[in-house]
Design a protein around this ligand. Structure first.
Ligand code: PLP
Length: 386
């Protein structure tokens, strides 16, 4: 007989079952939501671990963190009320004057936050061209660096950064590497395995997948003083994820693998269809063999490449805006990683002064029928260009 005693179920199975959750008292296969803001002490007047007050965390949030830690292969994960509050906690924990190296163009909210801290004299900031490892290395070497920030794939042009190479650059300089891999969730990209010290995801996006909460998560291979500091920032700023939202996140993550499989397959179909199209100047999608980041992305995304892409349309800026306006299946909305496909004219959304191509449309490809998505873009393009 085969010995099955050491067989571990796959991540797919464990995530679909929220780590084989069964409630002790009732046998419920779905966790209850505990909304308490405060918890009574026990008969000895001791605090009942692990919860004390809302800002310390709660059961549903810890459950969601355990699922993400499993996905990431992490020692620990911490969930915040948004991706931005998670990112801010990392920036906030840096000592005054710390040198941070980050992409010149990246997710606009994080960039704005880094620039604000730099303007206020809290940190010093150097930049590099996303995906350019030589420029990254030069920026890190130019002065004593505390933190290297990479985003891969990188908004909104989806440049790919080699996480292992960036980790080496950071570690050789005594710096930590944070990898924002929101565009490719941890079921396809495990940044810690490639050497990142902190893996960061806006869980608003693929992890939740239903565009109905905001959440952010940090995961680490090793805990320690810096991790305790970040947890303390979360507590004192009151940015822990709410139990209701954690419950929604747990429900969303049960279908993470299925959703992401379909998003990736759809994105590949859309990218191939519009690559070389008469109305399209370029398709930025690491899944295309011609894309400069293709080879690294293939390794880093388990061959799946993700559901995010951008297209630069020919013609005028107004033509590009019209394509977004004329779509009937794609929603003209910001955000990404949901089951529904979204299209947005990045320049309108990120505002004047942000370096983005004026004819760039960012597409978040959902789980709909791929032909419907292709047809929708075709009709919007021909209407906009006529
Ligand atoms: C959305 C996003 C964030 C910010 O997350 P929120 O949950 O919106 O606060 C950070 N980085 C990337 C790449 C994102 O897409």
């Amino acid at each position: 007989m085969t010995d099955h005693s050491n067989r571990k179920t796959s991540l797919r199975t464990r995530v679909a079952q929220a780590l084989h959750f069964v409630e002790g008292d009732t046998g419920a296969v779905v966790p209850a939501i505990q909304p308490a803001a405060t918890y009574a002490r026990d008969e000895n007047y001791d605090i009942r671990k692990p919860y004390f007050y809302r800002r310390d965390g709660n059961q549903a949030t810890c459950h969601a963190e355990a699922i993400i830690a499993e996905l990431e292969g992490a020692a620990d994960s911490l969930l915040f009320a948004s991706g931005m509050s998670a990112a801010t906690a990392v920036i906030e924990h840096l000592p005054t004057g710390a040198h941070v190296v980050a992409p010149r163009v990246m997710y606009h909210g994080v960039l704005h936050q880094l620039q604000t801290y730099a303007k206020n004299g809290r940190i010093t900031l150097s930049d590099y061209t996303a995906g350019d490892h030589d420029e990254l290395a030069a920026a890190v070497a130019a002065q004593k660096t505390a933190l290297v920030w990479i985003e891969t794939p990188n908004n909104p042009n989806w440049e790919v950064t080699d996480i292992a190479a960036a980790a080496k650059i950071a570690h050789d300089a005594g710096a930590k590497l944070i990898a924002d891999c929101t565009g490719t969730p941890p079921n396809i990209t495990r940044a810690l395995d490639f050497g990142a010290d902190i893996s960061f995801h806006s869980a608003t996006k693929y992890l939740n997948g239903h565009s109905d909460i905001t959440a952010g998560v940090l995961s680490v291979r090793e805990t320690g003083d810096f991790w305790s500091e970040i947890e303390l920032i979360r507590k004192l700023q009151g940015t822990v994820l709410h139990s209701f939202d954690a419950w929604m996140l747990i429900r969303g993550m049960r279908t993470l693998f299925l959703r992401v499989d379909k998003c990736c397959a759809n994105a590949m179909a859309v990218a191939k269809h519009f690559d070389g199209h008469k109305h399209i100047e370029v398709v930025h999608y690491p899944g295309l063999p011609s894309d400069p980041g293709h080879a690294i992305a293939k390794v880093q995304t388990d061959g799946q490449f993700g559901g995010m892409m951008s297209i630069v349309v020919k013609g005028t800026e107004q033509n590009a805006i019209d394509v977004a306006r004329f779509c009937e299946v794609f929603y003209p909305a910001t955000s990404l990683g949901g089951v529904e496909s979204l299209i947005e004219h990045r320049k309108t959304v990120s505002g004047e002064g942000f370096p983005v191509h004026p004819r760039l449309l960012r597409l978040s490809i959902g789980i709909e029928d791929a032909d419907d998505l292709i047809y929708d873009l075709e009709q919007a393009l021909s209407r906009a260009m006529s």
